[in-house]
Design a protein around this ligand. Structure first.
Ligand SMILES: *[C@@H]1O[C@H](CO)[C@@H](O)[C@H](O)[C@H]1NC(C)=O
Ligand SMILES: *[C@@H]1O[C@H](CO)[C@@H](O)[C@H](O)[C@H]1NC(C)=O
Ligand SMILES: *[C@@H]1O[C@H](CO)[C@@H](O)[C@H](O)[C@H]1NC(C)=O
Length: 601
């Protein structure tokens, strides 16, 4: 997750408008951009843009778009890596083979007296999950793989961005991180021991096509690697669920033509997707094209990907051109998927939420909710699930020079280009209208989405839910709103099958805990998962929602984008100081295991 800046609502406001955080907190800046929210400011405070200076003081300036020649030789690859700088070698480059089955530790003692909270197996014990339900965990290539330059991989934009001063709050990068690239057997064996039956992970486009583009060499070593990873999952009884793109854009594509701001991305993505479909058809049954396009396209115009780093990218138009090109890339890849008669299902991973009016009877807040829904989740869900076109409110506010309009043919291709609805359902919060006029004021910091996410009620100021570690201040645990939130998704974008593709929480202060017994006792995360899963049972049985799986973010601690290794989302601890990068189950992993053992049929 995510959240990383994960979550986020992109397009809730233009990047320039959202730079509301103090310059001393570059990581928060990203969060603010992503959420378009006001979590750190009282509602009445003017959101003023203190635009941080993003010109790197010491890091490499990103080369002007188009200035790097297409040179597909090893030397050309090294030239791309020179833009990134030096990369840390992995501590080991062989794949340890675990003793299976992995032996679990004893079950942790009950967290509370039963009169306060039931054991996981006793949460609605009579309600079972539907047959075939996916008890999943999730990861993403950049966040867990490490081996950043191993086996012929090309650089991704995150290999570059993580090195820019101020980009990652703790100064870490993901050169090594979990070294899941070499540790995948142990990782899969460890989740299999928990009873996990599905793992949602992403492929690194820059591993498979180091230069990204169609016509450039395919890296057979990488394709073989992912083939082995998929086979090991299948042999372990863990279904591989594959995402083609989880934000780690091949650097070459940005250097050549500005990445997703250019229509050239469509053909290159389809070319990459086709190679992957062909290679793994029959072994992978559930596919995603894109992870959280809403967040990704919001970042494309914001720190650290902004104009200072990628000359030629226009911050005002880039998020919308990205959305336009990405939707066309998605639809084109799905068209190929269907024409190849790939045996499986495909969609993309939505993020964000519709939200509730902060002041229940306020017309202004109800309208703000609609803008929040349209600019956040609707910008991708309306075209794919209901209309083939942008939400009306976007077309009303944004001229075609900013938001390109779809042709009839494009609309036909996009509408229906998903077999199910996937939502990264981390949280649901209130939405309010800015106190002053916004929609007709392009200089307003919240224009054009003109809404603010609020974390506390309008009456007494009580929180929507418990807060996580401040590193992930966009997040709250909001199980109480989950069912209504899912019902609202189903009402607006009806589907026959829904996955909760990610959900998760960062234990407060976990990164400051020194002792293992403190780290593994992740009570806040455990409560998050147990309360959400209980609500999922009710959503299935009482609300009749077609939820077919839940994927916990994350399988293990990982590189949380601009929060680095300090924001720990894992249900397993990873000891980054240990020479073997030791993994340890946290309480949340054990209790989730108990929950699913009791509720899977
Ligand atoms: C909001 O509207 C509801 C239903 O119309 C009403 O019962 C309630 O008193 C109103 N609340 C406020 C604060 O006006
Ligand atoms: C960005 O695009 C907008 C809309 O086309 C245009 O008005 C603006 O001048 C452009 N900005 C730059 C810096 O080129
Ligand atoms: C992490 O590993 C280091 C080196 O092996 C060790 O000294 C330390 O105690 C470990 N930390 C925890 C919390 O287990």
């Amino acid at each position: 997750m995510n959240y990383r800046f994960h979550i986020a609502i992109f397009l809730s406001a233009p990047a320039t408008a959202l730079l509301a955080q103090p310059e001393s907190q570059p990581s928060r800046t990203q969060i603010a951009i992503a959420t378009g929210s006001i979590q750190d400011a009282p509602l009445t405070t003017t959101i003023h843009s203190a635009i941080p200076t993003v010109i790197p003081q010491t890091g490499a300036i990103f080369p002007p778009v188009g200035s790097i020649p297409h040179n597909f030789s090893p030397r050309g690859l090294q030239e791309l890596w020179n833009i990134v700088g030096s990369v840390e070698d992995p501590p080991f480059t062989t794949t340890p083979v675990p003793k299976t089955p992995v032996v679990l530790p004893s079950n942790p003692p009950a967290l509370y007296p039963e009169w306060f909270a039931p054991r996981p197996s006793k949460i609605f014990p009579d309600l079972k999950l539907p047959k075939g339900f996916k008890f999943g965990v999730a990861t993403a290539s950049y966040q867990v793989e490490g081996a950043a330059k191993s086996d012929g991989k090309g650089p991704s934009m995150w290999d570059w961005a993580s090195r820019q001063p101020g980009a990652v709050s703790d100064g870490s990068n993901a050169d090594v991180v979990d070294l899941h690239y070499f540790m995948y057997k142990e990782d899969v064996a460890r989740i299999a021991a928990l009873g996990v039956n599905a793992h949602s992970f992403s492929l690194s486009w820059a591993r498979i096509f180091p230069f990204g583009v169609a016509g450039s060499p395919l890296n057979e070593v990488a394709l073989k690697h992912y083939s082995d990873v998929i086979d090991y999952h299948l042999a372990s009884g863990v279904e591989p669920v594959v995402t083609l793109f989880h934000w780690d854009t091949p650097l070459a594509l940005v250097a050549y033509y500005g990445g997703f701001t250019s229509p050239k991305i469509v053909n290159d993505f389809v070319h990459y997707a086709t190679a992957v479909f062909r290679a793994f058809n029959g072994r992978v049954k559930t596919w995603y094209t894109f992870n959280e396009p809403n967040v990704y396209c919001g970042q494309i115009a914001s720190y650290p990907f902004d104009i200072a780093f990628s000359p030629g990218i226009n911050k005002t138009t880039a998020p919308y051109h990205c959305a336009y090109n990405l939707l066309k890339a998605h639809a084109a890849a799905v068209k190929v998927f269907r024409s190849m008669r790939i045996n499986g299902e495909i969609a993309f991973k939505n993020d964000n939420f519709v939200g509730m009016p902060w002041r229940a009877n306020s017309t202004a807040d109800k309208e703000a909710v609609e803008r929040h829904a349209a600019f956040g989740i609707g910008i991708f869900s309306d075209p794919v699930y209901t209309t083939g076109d942008w939400p009306e409110v976007l077309k009303e506010i944004l001229p075609p020079s900013i938001l390109p309009r779809f042709t009839k043919k494009e609309q036909e291709d996009i509408l229906g280009s998903a077999d199910f609805f996937a939502i990264d359902a981390y949280r649901t919060q209130w939405v309010s209208s800015p106190p002053e006029a916004c929609i007709n004021d392009v200089s307003h910091p919240l224009w054009p989405a003109c809404n603010q996410v609020v974390f506390f009620d309008s009456e007494a100021g009580w929180a929507a839910g418990p807060s996580p570690d401040p590193l992930s201040s966009w997040l709250q645990a909001t199980p109480n709103f989950l069912r209504d939130s899912l019902k609202e998704l189903q009402r607006r974008w009806p589907t026959k099958k829904m996955y909760i593709a990610e959900f998760g929480f960062v234990e407060p202060s976990e990164n400051e805990r020194q002792e293992l017994f403190q780290i593994t006792e992740d009570v806040a995360r455990t409560n998050y998962f147990m309360t959400y899963l209980g609500e999922v049972l009710l959503a299935i049985h009482e609300d009749k929602l077609p939820i077919a799986g839940t994927f916990a973010w994350a399988m293990l601690d990982n590189a949380e984008w601009n929060s680095g290794l300090s924001a720990r989302f894992g249900i397993q601890y990873v000891n980054y100081s240990s020479p073997i990068l030791e993994r340890v189950y946290k309480r949340s992993a054990m209790q989730m295991s108990e929950f699913f053992r009791a509720h899977l049929v």
